[in-house]
Every structure is written in structure tokens, then in C-alpha cells.
Design a protein around this ligand. Sequence first.
Ligand code: DQQ
Length: 544
Amino acid sequence: VLLQQPYRTAFHFQPPQNWMNDPNGPMYYNGVYHFFYQHNPREAQFGSGNLSWGHAVSYNLVDWVYLEHALNPTDPFDINGCWSGSATILPDGTPAILYTGVDSQSREVQNLAIAKNPSDPYLREWIKSHHNPLMVPVDGIGTRFFRDPTTAWQGPDGKWRVIIGSEINGHGTALLYQSDDFVTWSKSPKPLHFSDATKMWECPDFYPVSVNGTNGLDTSVMDTNTKHVLKASINMDNYMRDSYVIGTYEPETDEFVVDVDFKDKSVDLRYDYGVFYASKTFYDSLKRRRVMWGWVLEADSKLDDINKGWAGLQSFPRSILLDESGKQLTQWPIREIESLRTEEVNIQNKEIEGGAEFEITGITASQADVEVSFHIPNLDDAELLLREWRDPEALCRIKNASAGGKIGPFGLMVLASDNLAEHADIFFRIYKGNDKHVVLMCSDQSRSSLREEVEKTTYGAFIDVDPSQNLSLRSLIDHSIIESFGGRGKTCITARAYPKVAVGNAARLYAFNYGTESIVISSLSAWSMKPAQLSPLHERTKSQ
Ligand code: DQQ
């Protein structure tokens, strides 16, 4: 199996076969985690008219049971596709889904589905409301610019609110709707927010984060110790990004005042600076945290997807918090991932001289979790950050892992072949800025595969950390995906790699330093990862 499917993952969620895109309606309900996803049940390619809601359940967010699809395009209000949406648990305990249907006139409309039997632990059947569609594109809303309802929240007046992604007069917009009964919705005259810096907002998300606590908050929680996050998925000609802003929301007036807006390119907050799109969060009331899922696209050719028989992954679920600075979020793989850790290697206080690399042996490097913390003994000689280097991704491309420097590049080489003909690199470089040091984090795929036909994009971002403190990096490596977390989750970069040689047991892991200054690994721990269990319900029952 490994040889035939070298790119299938071991602990990332993917359906048994065919195309998957956006995460939909994640929720925790009565002891069970539910995950839905945009699925084309017919083939390993996007097919807008076939999109259905795949459904899987879990007790730990690691192991999953695949169920039958929850929503299929069967009715006039969704006959051309059941597109993205979100779940809300109503106060009487009913789980409700709001989703976009593409109707028989190819208009995007919003629909409601309710779990048929809320006491079925797996919520296998969903009933579409006979009131559908609940919201239709009128009053100047474009019929193809009206989609992706969020989890709804209840204001102090008891009314439900939900936002829908749109583009009005060329501006990305979060339309706000209100309802007393979850069925009859009216559009508020003012959108929650919009931006002339972007076009269509897909899959918006809007939720509170605690200013001084380490717990996540349920979507309807509003008090003076909260800030709100608004995320929009922006699909432009040359990129797909999940960008967000942080601000203050007044539930009485539905005013949302943002701290730094989308157009401020010097800030450019994104959940992930690599391949990560259409993400969605939910409140996990069991562990009191907010958990995020994101779609991770393929970077190989369409033909490869057809040959593999599948396309698309989900990121490993991340818990999300407001950073201490209040200026950004931090993300970290949920702790349950640690249950998959097996063989472990540890390294402490090891110096890596300039120009050196060394192999980290003793684990399965194609299926691993690596945490490393670097100490930089001497910051004085850092190179100057030139003014033309303001774009971190461009800087990572020019200064790729093979371009020497003073402090850095240093980091990890993952999915590497033994002769280093193939490797994907995650690394840091430290520069001297105007008044402080600047830390650049790069994820360089340029030499990740000897295969010519796959995309080998290099990603990069600055991390707002003080490099005189330890600088940390964690990477989750799973055959064809690398999720990296710099500065304890302040900057995240997800990448795909399709090695030809460095597959399965042939993959290796190295630490390297191609700067001239020595750096020290203060500590490194790496683990082989056991595979998560993903199986259909009948197989699970058989084995019990
Ligand atoms: N994917 C869905 C849409 C959404 C887009 C269709 C984002 O609802 O806007 O599969 O990837």
C-alpha cells in the first residue's frame, strides 16, 4: 500500500477516496466530535454540482469513523451543489446546520438542515427544512456572491445573528442577518464589515477570543474581556489566503471596530502563510477551547490526483488563542495528537557550526512530530534587512535554504533523501531591522521532489518574537504534508511535498545551519507517529 500510495497521510483527515475541499460544520455534541467536509463523491477533482457533505465522527479528534453523507444535492434549493456552511447547537439542544445550496437557477441560497434524531449519537440523518431556502440573493446581492454561513450567535436581545460571505460593489463583505426563530432571517442594513482591499469573502468566520484567559469561548459569549476575530478566505488570481482581523464587537449595535484592517499590508495577519484555505473554527465545550480546521490543497498535477484517486487534506486540528500581545492569534496542534507519538529521540545543547548539517536518526521521518528550540549565542553580526526585502515570501525565495547567510538559514530538512537530492526545508534567518531584530521563517519546497510536474512553492513570513530568547519550531510531517509552527504557534506555514525517493522508510530528517555563525539546539524532541484510525462504521463494528 505504501508503495502505491506514497502520498496518502497517516494522521491527517482525508476521506477514503475522491475530492475533498472545505471543512464544514465542525461541532462537539453529546460526547462526539462531528466533522463534515465538501466532498465530490464521483471523482478526485472539484465538481461544483456534485458537492455533498461528507460526515465523520470521533471521540478524540484523532481517530475517525466515516459515515454516510449528511447532505446531498437533491432538492431545487441545492440541486447544483451542497456548498459550505456551519453548525449551531440551538438552546434546546438541537444541532442545526446552515449551508449554501446552489439552486436550480444556479443562485446561491442559504438553507437549514436539522438532525433527524438528536439522540442518535452519530447524528447520521439530516432533514432539510421545508422552509428552504431561508435566504436568497436579492437587493443587489449577486447570485454568485452569497455563500458560506457561519455558526450563528445570539445577541443580548435574544436574536440570532449569522454572517454570509459576499462581494458588494467589488468589495469583500460579511453580510449580517438576524432572526428570532432561526427560520425567518432578515438582512441588517449594515454589513458586519467589508473591505475595499479584497474581493469576494468566502467562508467567513466570526468568534470571540479571551483577552486574558487560556480557554476558548463559545460563539455567543460577549463581555469586556473578549475581542472578536473576523476571518475571510480570499481567492485571488495568484493566491488563496485565510486572512483575519481582530477587533471589538458591540452586540447591542452590531458595530465591529477593527484594530488593524485588511488593507494594512505591513501587518497582513493570516492563519497560515502556506497552503491552508476555507478554514472553520468551533467551540469544543468538553475541553473549553476553540479548535480550527483548514483545507490543505494538493500541489501535484490533476492527472496525479486522478491516478491517486483522491485529492485534498485537512490540517491537523489546531487550538487557537489570542496571543499575549493582543495583536495576533497563536495556534497549536491539539494535545490529543500526542497520543500518536511513539519512538522518541532527544537532543540537548548541541552546537551546529556554520555550514553543517546532521541527521536525526531513530524515528520514522516520513511520519513524525518534531519540536526544536534554538539558542542564538551571538546576535551582533546579524545582516541588515534591506528595504526592498519587505515581502517575506519573496525574501524566502531569493534567500532559499542554499543561500548562505550570517545568522541562518538554520532549521530542519524534512522528507530528505539520503544523498540530499530531495529535501523540504523549514528554517529561520535573523536580520537587524531599524530598532530590533527581525526573524524570518521560511518553508522552502524548491528541492522537495525530483519529479518535475509538481508545484514546489516557497512560503515565508516574519515572526514577531525576540530572538535573544529561544526560538522554537515544531513540524508535523506526514508523507506529503508538512505543518510548521514557528515561535510557539505565532507563525504557521503548511506545505505539500511529493518526493520521489524520500518516501516511506527512505525519508530522513536533518537539522542544519548554513549561516556563518554557530547556533545551538537547546533541545530537540522528535517522535515517530502511529497512524490514526480512519475507517467506515461497519469495519469498526466488526472489530469490536
Ligand atoms: N468552496 C465551497 C464554497 C466556498 C468555497 C464550494 C471555498 O461554498 O465559497 O465547494 O473554497
